[in-house]
Design a protein around this ligand. Structure first.
Ligand code: MCA
Ligand code: AMP
Length: 513
């Protein structure tokens, strides 16, 4: 297989090998009007890689980053790969207790944060033994760049093997504690090469990059896609539907979570003319409603390609790009990608017949190495014959299309971000006067799904729903905050005494209709 030869190398080198011949061509154009050439990417990542090298870090050192999106932040990721270290991106919405957990758990050798957060982040980092804390802001300032400015702009990428770690992505857990998914150079490169071919990346493609760069979608799928094809990126610090609409005529590829499509559809200017140069619209990270899929088709004449992935597996399945492979079917996530095997199993662990609903499991070069320092958890999530249990529930039809029908894991996906109820419930249960709580996901027109908290007060105690929300806001990332909190006398339970979340979901399903 052609992919395999390239896998035994540093991912950065493989991306670099695909930069265009003309290194002076524009690689990135930002929403601030800044232009970065391929040569700029080459030089600046060398300088940053040399800075990391000068720190004399041990093999496998983690480089953690919690900063606003910028081209320099993206370069730090590439420099980390280039220098052979392990990148640890952190959502900018995380607050101190969340950051403390990640830093204590991952023990990064380097932490890069915004200047405004330096006080509290460095305190946490130094306490956890981190030796180097730098700042980086989205206006190209900060100690990281100050220091890198003195480093050489020549750097030979450190050789890496396919099995060497490239990144750790924290994904929340059903028990409420996040797990670090360890992704290797081989995982990331094999997936990037597969997608380059499967999605027909070609000369002249221009990607609108409007996603955050701390999760799989923006950091790997979008970024690697453009870099491994030598394609220019139109780089947006934040998603802004009006700006995307304005830039569509200059682009050919767009990637977004369903909320981005819903917000673009609300723009009156979205029509066939605006999309006339577009080759491909890709959606994923959360279920794309069939209404969004068909509305998009009607308004733009373009059919969204929906694909499915996870932090642990990068991309797993995709609707076809080329017509001869089949049509793009709304409501499905398409076929397993080449090299990736997907099966649907029953409770007994045996393969189910076509069309039957069961647990989705996956195998392939894209599947992660395991959870950081959690060997038991890793073992639990794989079957004895080596298949990774996704926690998603679905079926495969006679043509091979996969449909996700639900999740066995207690997870809410809100605007493309994952919220694990157990984590939020633990915070609520700790609040004064609270006896118990349950967080459920309900449909939402903008975010697809949002959390609603249902709380029981201790006997004689007074609990106010708005106060619960306000208290959570002070402690947790904003996307995890329930949009409503109800205080009720009791929770529905089954005969075993377990809270029936399906009953709560049904009860509150029309709250935001
Ligand atoms: C913001 N808010 C949210 C969310 N985002 N509430 C619920 N869910 C969200 N996702 C709330 C804030 O708390 C705030 O509430 C208000 O909305 C405005 O906040 P702001 O930051 O201005 O929001 P925004 O800029 O409009 O952001 C919405 C967004 C963003 C653009 C949809 O959430 C986003 O970029 N989502 C993409 C996530 C993503 O990249 N996922 C990929 C994961 P208040 O006003 O009350 O304070 S990778 C993945 O899943 C895999 C593996 C895959 O398959 O790709
Ligand atoms: P995470 O790894 O935490 O970013 O989220 C992975 C989860 O997102 C998967 O296990 C799915 O539940 C969900 N997901 C990703 N893409 C899709 C999609 N196209 N449709 C439905 N769910 C999706």
């Amino acid at each position: 297989m052609k992919n395999k030869n390239l896998i035994n190398s540093n991912l950065f080198s493989a991306l670099r090998a695909n930069f265009p011949k003309d290194l002076n061509a524009v690689a990135v154009e930002t929403d601030q009007g800044l232009l970065y050439s391929w040569h700029d990417l080459e030089r600046s990542t060398a300088m940053l890689a040399n800075l990391l090298k000068s720190l004399d870090l041990p093999v496998g050192a983690r480089i953690a980053m919690q900063v606003e999106k910028s081209v320099e932040a993206m370069m730090l990721y590439l420099a980390t790969l280039r220098a052979g270290y392990v990148f640890l991106p952190l959502n900018t919405a995380y607050q101190s207790a969340e950051i403390e957990y990640f830093i204590e758990n991952a023990e990064p050798a380097v932490v890069v944060c915004s200047a405004k957060n330096f006080g509290w982040v460095s305190k946490i980092a130094f306490k956890a033994g981190t030796q180097n804390v730098f700042t980086l802001d989205d206006d190209r300032t900060g100690t990281l760049l100050d220091r890198a400015a003195h480093c050489s702009d020549q750097h030979d990428a450190v050789p890496r093997q396919a099995d060497d770690l490239a990144a750790i992505l924290y994904t929340s857990g059903t028990t409420g504690r996040s797990k670090g998914a360890m992704l290797t150079h081989g995982n990331l490169l094999s997936n990037a090469l597969t997608l380059k071919d499967y999605w027909g990346w070609k000369n002249g493609d221009v990607l609108i990059h409007a996603l955050p760069i701390f999760h799989v979608h923006g950091l790997f799928v979008a970024l690697h896609g453009a870099l491994i094809n030598g394609s220019k990126m139109i780089w947006m610090a934040k998603f802004d539907p009006k700006l995307v609409l304005k830039k569509l005529p200059e682009a050919t590829v767009f990637m977004g979570v369903p909320t981005l499509y819903v917000r673009l559809l609300a723009e009156p200017g979205l029509n066939q003319e605006a999309c006339r140069h577009m080759r491909l619209f890709i959606a994923g990270s959360a279920p794309l409603l069939i209404e969004t899929f068909t509305d998009w088709q009607q308004r733009t004449g373009q059919t969204i390609l929906e694909r499915y992935g996870m932090s642990e597996t990068i991309m797993l399945t995709s609707n076809p790009y080329r017509g001869e492979q089949g049509e793009r079917r709304g409501g499905t996530v398409g076929f397993p990608l080449p090299d990736v095997s997907v099966r649907v199993c029953g409770d007994d662990g045996k393969n189910l017949p076509t069309g039957e609903i069961g647990a989705i499991q996956v195998k392939g070069p894209n599947v992660f190495k395991g959870y950081w320092r959690m060997p038991d958890k890793t073992k639990e999530e794989f079957t004895p014959d080596g298949w990774f249990k996704t926690g998603d529930v679905g079926k495969i039809d006679t043509l091979g299309y996969i449909t996700i029908v639900g999740r066995s894991k207690d997870l809410i996906i809100s605007g493309g971000y994952n919220v694990y109820p157990a984590e939020i419930e633990a915070y609520i249960n700790d609040m004064k006067g609270v006896a118990e709580s349950a967080l459920v996901g309900v449909p939402h027109p903008d975010f697809g799904e949002v959390g609603v908290a249902v709380v029981i007060a201790k006997s004689g105690a007074q609990v106010n729903g708005d106060d619960v929300v306000a208290s959570l806001k002070a402690q947790l990332a904003n996307f995890k905050i329930p949009k409503k909190c109800f205080v009720v006398p009791e929770l529905p339970r089954n005969t075993m005494g377990k809270v029936q979340k399906n009953v709560l979901r049904e009860q509150y399903k029309a709250l935001f209709a």
